[in-house]
Design a binder for this molecule. Structure first.
Ligand code: ACO
Length: 278
């Protein structure tokens, strides 16, 4: 029997890594707001006057939120205040705004560490202990589009416009967006979208699989609340184990995935029979 078949899954509870205290000043600096209500955390991009444009502080603030989430949180909703989800990187940063420069690219190690730290703002959204929902409206551009792509489920108002703008600015998308983009639409469509930096409206996004649900613009909050209730109605342990299983699937062979299914199911059966025994 292969090692993979013998390995037990982590206990399938909703508890994630230990929470770190959150510095409110850090959130405000990044134009972020966090509300936690029981099992639901809502992260709001809150610089509507700049269409929720993002700075280094925003990405570091998102990473800090990921480290601070209480273990009882099962669903995390990301949303934007004002007319847009996010207009992507704050363009004033290219002319020295925000007080911190970009790495020059001359010191590879330092530059790599710098970008990796910013990417942490997005990677925690894949943790199996939580389901992440991007509630998107208006515009989701560049880093904003990538933030939506980092989430498990995208629910979009019918006025949403997506755009992967980075190549038009001489950059590449580096906030973890290229992998989900290619997994969803394939390499060729991803190339076409990125290298033309064209806009994709909500209807096309739904056709391409870039969003799971499209709702009328005025009904986004209500639709997100309904989706959240659906997600919370599912057994918490099964949700964690299923997300872990589904995240493994694209990299696994069929045999590896069958083994993973058996492993996770045995974990579920152990937990369910322990619960029955009281
Ligand atoms: N960075 C900094 N400020 C911004 C940004 C941004 N990315 N986007 C909008 N703003 C500011 C505008 O300068 C404007 O400020 P002002 O009121 O002082 O003039 C205010 O937000 C409102 O913007 P408008 O353009 O008036 O709003 P509108 O709703 O008409 O358009 C849109 C919104 C489409 C998002 C437009 O602002 C836009 O195209 N922004 C730039 C998007 C962009 O190129 N982002 C970079 C992506 S690449 C990456 O993320 C790595």
């Amino acid at each position: 029997m292969a090692d993979a078949e013998l390995r037990r899954p982590e206990p399938a509870t909703a508890a994630g890594p230990p929470a770190e205290p959150l510095d409110p000043a850090r959130l405000a600096e990044g134009g972020l707001r966090l509300e936690v209500d029981g099992a639901v955390a809502t992260v709001t991009l809150a610089r509507p006057e700049r269409r929720n444009a993002m700075t280094f502080a925003t990405w570091r603030g998102l990473a800090a939120i990921g480290r601070s989430l209480p273990p009882e949180v099962r669903v995390v909703v990301l949303r934007g205040d004002g007319p847009s989800f996010s207009a992507g990187i704050d363009l004033s940063m290219f002319s020295g705004g925000g007080g911190e420069g970009f790495p020059s690219g001359e010191d590879d190690e330092a530059g790599d560490r710098f970008i990796a730290e910013l990417q942490e703002g997005y990677t925690w959204l894949r943790r199996p202990e939580i389901v992440t929902v991007a509630a998107v409206h208006g515009h989701a551009i560049g880093g904003g589009f990538q933030l939506a792509l980092a989430c498990d489920i995208r629910i979009a108002a019918d006025d949403t416009r997506f755009c992967m703008k980075e190549p038009a600015l001489g950059l590449v998308p580096d906030l973890t967006g290229t992998k989900p983009l290619v997994e969803i639409v394939g390499v060729n469509r991803a190339l076409e979208l990125c290298l033309t930096a064209r806009t994709v409206d909500a209807a096309e996004a739904a056709r391409l699989g870039l969003v799971e649900r499209v709702v009328p613009a005025g009904g986004l909050d209500e639709a997100v609340a309904a989706l959240t209730a659906e997600l919370l109605a599912v057994n918490a342990g099964a949700a964690v184990a299923t997300k872990r299983l589904l995240l493994e699937a694209p990299q696994n062979t069929l045999d590896e995935q069958r083994a993973a299914e058996r492993r996770e199911q045995l974990g579920r059966l152990r937990e369910l029979s322990a619960a029955l025994r009281g």
